[in-house]
Design a protein around this ligand. Structure first.
Ligand code: SAM
Length: 180
């Protein structure tokens, strides 16, 4: 069974991070996460992007803004969820990911401009995707792929209006509304 995954984005800044946070949310969805929690600035544009893509391409992905990430994560932990913090200072993802229980909810925390020190203690796992600084999107993608067993996301997104047909030399998209 696929694990239930919430991706928690800390410290979003509406002006500077709009694109990368949108990419983070879309990557979370595409690779099989269920929920996205935006912390920092309450940026309706980012949340709307997720809603639009989910309406068109399907699945049950949802997103929300949360003003207090630490209280959100403490509550998540008390409810029995597992907190995974992606950080270059953590343990290598290819050795620790197999120890993460997949039968209870998982919150994957990615940092922004400043990550509160408490996160390192609250996390059940501090996980590194290599020990070089890079991007939250790259870290999330590689971690999610490992967590999901090496796949690049679910094959089916239920309720999709638009479906891409793989093609060697062009763009083929089936629009269910047009076909019915
Ligand atoms: N400046 C921030 C700081 O001092 O903590 C980090 C900025 S980094 C671009 C944003 C996020 O990407 C990090 O908080 C972490 O979640 C993720 N990240 C970057 N490199 C990583 C790595 N090698 N392994 C795991 N996560 C990484």
């Amino acid at each position: 069974m696929r694990p239930n995954v919430t991706v928690v984005r800390l410290g979003h800044r509406q002006q500077r991070d709009k694109r990368i946070t949108s990419h983070l949310g879309l990557t979370a969805r595409a690779l099989g996460a269920n929920h996205f929690v935006l912390c920092g600035d309450n940026d309706q544009g980012v949340l709307d992007t997720m809603t639009d893509v989910t309406e068109n391409f399907g699945g049950d992905f949802s997103s929300e803004h949360h003003a207090k990430p630490m209280s959100y994560l403490r509550h998540f932990s008390k409810q029995g969820g597992t907190i995974v913090h992606l950080t270059m200072y953590g343990e290598p993802h290819d050795s620790v990911t197999k120890d993460i229980p997949t039968d209870t909810p998982i919150a994957v925390v990615v940092g922004g401009v400043k990550v509160p020190g408490e996160i390192y203690k609250l996390a059940n796992h501090n996980v590194a995707v290599g020990h070089q600084p890079h991007s939250e999107v790259a870290a999330l993608a590689l971690f999610m792929s490992e967590l999901m067993g090496g796949v690049a996301g679910p094959e089916q997104f239920p309720g999709a209006r638009l479906q891409v047909q793989p093609h060697p030399s062009g763009k083929v998209v089936i629009d269910r509304n047009e076909d019915s």
